[in-house]
Design a protein. Structure first.
Length: 409
């Protein structure tokens, strides 16, 4: 299907597809089985320029937008959703920084971000604060020119491999959700250590760790935006990042079909290829249609987002202002409902497609040396991280209620 992609997006699509096939596919099974982060693949990502895909050319990026980022995530995940997280989680950790940062902060962090020299991670989830981000307990109390941070984060993707962490903290616990702020904390800061490394069902090549903060002194200049506006920046970040998870889910679904259809064409039973059996053929047709529908949702949404995001970035660079402030001037639509819809539909589609493809291919698909069982394991996380399917439904219905109330209906 033609999604009216521009020249840069087509180049992104071609480059990421080739990268995935040549660099990721040959090692995906070994890396998944070993459950290790690959420094060699990290170097390949750095050489390819993929970390700077969505960042301005000023910082050494390629000047793409949300659509280019989603395309890359889809193509990488079409081969291996775990390896796709090497640049993916860095983008997630850096988006709130890029939205809220001052010009001076962008100068400090964006060059190494675009080159991939420094990796980022997003630290929001806690043992008692998952879907309810307002319940977080990690505190950051002012002490002169520093904040003293105490608390624990868990299920943090890229774990100890990151260099910078965008951390949600409570700078004024008495204000509850309105006391939440975002701090950038660098690995190696005294008092910042790592706890448990999780053993996971899927996305095994990306390490997931617990972060522990014990009287960590963080400079006040590492505060993003204003105190108490952290949840606003988190929500804005998720609006832009959830389409990336949706694109990842589309990639997983497409990758499962890429393995299934050739197998069904060559596998014979009762003297004929099993894809010619109508029951199986109709199921494949349904799965392919849902995958394409998910892709259409993602790229329609990200193209609309880029109509605001890219001009806001340009204005922020010209005016020396935060991107968030420029978005407020031109933003016509809040993306929360649409991002939630895309993630909900695509994540459920990925899980359905992977599950059905295993069933269609039978016993061989249950074996480790056939890639489908990995696609099925990887698909599940898209229904969980960056907001579970239930949270997406909450976001959607809350927006609908507000819309209809505004119309008096």
């Amino acid at each position: 299907m033609d999604y009216a992609i521009n020249e840069m997006e087509q180049e992104t699509l071609n480059a990421t597809r080739e990268f995935a096939q040549k660099k990721l596919k040959p090692v995906r099974a070994e890396m998944d089985a070993k459950e290790v982060f690959s420094p060699e693949i990290l170097q390949e990502f750095r050489k390819s320029g993929m970390f700077g895909l969505w960042l301005p050319e000023k910082y050494g990026g390629l000047g793409g937008g949300i659509t280019c980022l989603a395309m890359a995530f889809e193509e990488f995940s079409r081969v291996c959703a775990g390896l796709a997280l090497t640049p993916g989680t860095t983008a997630l950790g850096a988006i709130p920084m890029f939205l809220a940062a001052t010009e001076a902060q962008r100068e400090r962090w964006c060059y190494d971000l675009a080159s991939g020299k420094k990796l980022w991670a997003f630290a929001l989830t806690e043992p008692e604060a998952g879907s309810d981000a307002s319940a977080l307990k990690t505190t950051a109390i002012k002490d002169g020119d520093f904040y003293i941070v105490n608390g624990t984060k868990h299920f943090i993707s890229t774990g100890k491999e990151a260099d910078f962490y965008t951390v949600a903290v409570n700078t004024n616990p008495a204000r509850g959700a309105r006391g939440i702020s975002l701090l950038v904390i660098e690995k190696g800061t005294p008092g910042f250590t790592f706890g448990k490394k999780e053993e996971k069902m899927g996305i095994r090549t990306n390490p997931t760790y617990e972060l522990i903060f014990e009287n960590v002194r963080v400079p006040r200049e590492n505060l993003l935006g204003s105190e108490g506006r952290g949840l606003l920046y988190v929500q804005e970040t998720l609006d832009y990042s959830r389409p990336g998870v949706a694109a990842q889910a589309v990639g997983i679904a497409q990758g499962a079909l890429d393995e299934t259809i050739p197998y069904l064409r060559t596998r014979k039973q009762f003297g004929q290829p099993i894809i010619t059996f109508q029951a199986l053929a109709h199921k494949v047709a349904e799965l392919a249609a849902k995958t394409e529908a998910g892709r259409a949702m993602v790229y329609n949404l990200t193209h609309r987002m880029d109509e605001e995001f890219l001009p806001a970035v340009k204005a922020a660079l010209e005016n020396g202002t935060p991107v968030h402030d420029e978005l407020k001037k031109i933003k016509g639509v809040r993306w929360t409902k649409y991002s939630a819809m895309a993630k909900l539909f695509c994540a459920n589609t990925a899980m359905e497609v992977a599950d059905e493809c295993v069933t269609l291919c039978g016993g061989v698909a249950y074996m480790r040396d056939f890639p489908l069982e990995k696609f099925m394991r990887d698909a599940k996380i898209t229904q969980i991280y960056e907001g579970t399917t239930h949270i997406q439904k909450n976001e959607i219905i809350a927006a609908l209620i507000k819309e209809y109330a505004a119309k008096g209906e």
